[in-house]
Design a protein around this ligand. Structure first.
Ligand code: ZN
Length: 344
């Protein structure tokens, strides 16, 4: 029987200081050319070591090969001008310099497929590979061509599907689409967001997942969270739609959060990646903290479908903090696993 409560992370981990400036989002690379390509691979090996050493079951490349979880992918496409960036408001919360769509977008070549092959070849554990979701891509650029978020999202979904199929064929166990925008634009999620996500995940030979969160622990997100009230019920609108969708797994925020855990019950039939690590604080959880979150979630999702995870990416954290959190996640899951099957 498959081991219960397999641990995984949302996706990203901090980069070494020789690769990019620490404690920063979207930090520029410190190297270039062949030296940069080799350094990225060394960084992938390090984050694999850290995850395996901590006892994480389903590992990622820590997104060591990308500067930004959305724009690095977009920059690999035709039809996008990333030299002339525009400042736009992202997720209705903060301004960022983003690429501009100037013509029909197309994927002329694989973008992360070699990186996916590399990480699969460096570990014996199952690998999860993350891609941006179509709605979040649309929300992280300036569109000077399509003039329709829905139209552009569907074009991106087809492009993502080509890329995801090739990544699945490289041997990854799970392809995850990151859709933080699903927590902001509820009408669009209903009208075309879930359909675009399903198009991106169509026909994949591996497990499919979607990650929906309240963002990294940066100031703009923390300020936004203060406006959301005592109970964060955003998931209440999207989970019933996802429960009916073809997506296999949903990754959500639970630790230290105002999300009422009963909302997990809306995902009946899906695997649930329960965020049991708060990425918005440097405080390292104890294994007992993690276990308490998992036990609370078990009231709403069967153990066979529960995967302890982080709330979101850990890229802006210090490396020693992230390593501590990885260990706490694995140790907390182990505590609950022993309670569920004392003999095992
Ligand atoms: Zn996230």
């Amino acid at each position: 029987m498959r081991r219960l409560l397999q641990t995984t992370i949302a996706g990203s981990l901090p980069k070494p200081a020789w690769l990019a400036e620490p404690l920063a989002l979207w930090a520029p690379w410190k190297l270039e050319g062949d030296a940069l390509a080799l350094a990225k691979r060394d960084a992938v090996r390090l984050v694999l070591f850290d995850q395996e050493h901590a006892g994480i079951d389903i590992v990622t490349d820590g997104e060591q090969t990308r500067r930004h979880f959305v724009t690095t992918f977009i920059e690999g496409l035709d039809g996008v001008d990333f030299a002339n960036r525009k400042t736009v408001r992202i997720r209705n919360r903060y301004d960022a310099d983003v690429p501009m769509v100037v013509g029909p977008v197309a994927r002329r070549h694989p973008i992360y497929v070699d990186d996916a092959k590399f990480v699969v070849g460096e570990t014996r554990r199952p690998v999860k590979y993350t891609l941006p979701g179509p709605m979040t891509m649309v929300d992280t650029l300036y569109d000077g061509h399509y003039k329709s978020r829905e139209k552009l999202a569907l074009v991106f979904a087809e492009i993502l599907n080509e890329e995801a199929r090739a990544i699945a064929d490289a041997g990854v166990a799970t392809v995850q689409f990151d859709e933080p925008a699903f927590n902001v634009y509820f009408d669009e999620v209903r009208d075309w967001g879930v359909a675009a996500l399903e198009r991106a995940a169509k026909g994949l030979s591996c497990t499919t997942a979607v990650h929906i969160c309240y963002g990294y622990g940066i100031k703009a997100n923390n300020d936004w969270k203060k406006t959301l009230g005592d109970q964060w019920r955003q998931y209440e609108q999207t989970f019933p739609l996802l429960a009916k969708s073809s997506i296999g797994q949903v990754s959500l925020e639970c630790a230290n959060s105002h999300v009422p855990l009963e909302l997990i019950g809306l995902l009946a039939g899906k695997d649930v990646l329960v965020g049991a690590i708060d990425v918005a604080t440097d405080r390292i959880e104890t294994p007992e903290d993690v276990a308490a979150t998992i036990r609370a979630a078990l009231a709403y999702v069967p153990a066979e479908r529960l995967f302890p995870c982080t709330n979101c990416g850990m890229v802006p954290l210090a490396r020693e903090v992230a390593r501590g959190k990885l260990s706490a996640l694995a140790a907390g899951a182990a505590l609950v696993r022993r309670e569920l099957s004392p003999a095992g």
